[in-house]
Design a protein around this ligand. Structure first.
Ligand code: NAP
Length: 183
């Protein structure tokens, strides 16, 4: 798959490396922006407050399948939107998913050596399912579906709990959710 990551830091750069290792063709953009017209999937991995500026620097976004990995740390989504992901969809009109916001980039290097695959939550459009679930798997996680894009705001808020667990003593952690018969 041709993937463009908008953001090439911990998340964009880290996932780009995992996806390239899985055979994908990855292009990474930074704050200078660029064109995403040839991408089959676009990952948004910029600071949560920079989403509007980041999208303004991109060409070829219309109709694109986008995965939004941003979190809103001390920031709000653009006015009138409940989440960054819903704002992004308003700009692209394409299939949109929220994922990779509830994981620790610091653990990406550990994914290749886990005894069980960790989970990775995603929510979003049904039309984005095939792409987002493949890219979650190809990064080394099992996808956990958490409803439509209207849940993106809750997903962005969930970071508060992730941080509390992190600070509560677990540090950076993986999680897994599965039916009872798998435990
Ligand atoms: N770090 C984590 O473990 C983690 C986990 C889950 C979610 N997240 C979320 O993922 C996002 C990225 O986090 P990160 O840790 O990867 O950040 P980071 O390492 O600081 O990287 C940020 C990237 O965003 C780019 N950027 C900044 N402003 C931009 C703009 N206006 N337009 C386009 N690109 C811009 C930077 O471009 P340049 O390369 O040009 O400087 C850089 O490549 C954040 O929303 C964060 O909350 C992070």
């Amino acid at each position: 798959m041709k993937i463009t990551t908008v953001g090439r830091g911990n998340i964009g750069g880290g996932l780009g490396k995992l996806w390239a290792a899985a055979g994908h063709e990855v292009t990474a953009l930074g704050r200078d922006g660029g064109d995403v017209a040839s991408a089959e999937a676009v990952l948004i991995a910029v600071p949560g407050a920079a989403v509007e500026a980041a999208l303004a620097g991109l060409g070829g976004l219309e109709g694109k399948t986008v995965i939004d990995a941003t979190n809103l740390i001390g920031a709000e989504p653009p006015a009138a939107f409940a989440s960054n992901a819903e704002f992004i969809k308003s700009q692209t009109g394409g299939p949109t998913a929220k994922s990779f916001n509830l994981n620790f980039a610091a653990l990406f290097d550990r994914l290749a050596s886990t005894t069980e695959r960790p989970g990775n939550l995603w929510c979003g459009d049904e039309e984005a399912r095939d792409v987002v679930e493949q890219l979650i798997r190809d990064a080394g996680y099992d996808p956990i579906y958490a409803g439509g894009l209207e849940n993106a705001g809750v997903s962005e808020q969930f970071l508060t709990l992730m941080f509390a667990i992190n600070q509560g003593g677990l540090g950076s952690f993986f999680y897994r959710m599965a039916p009872a018969d798998q435990f």
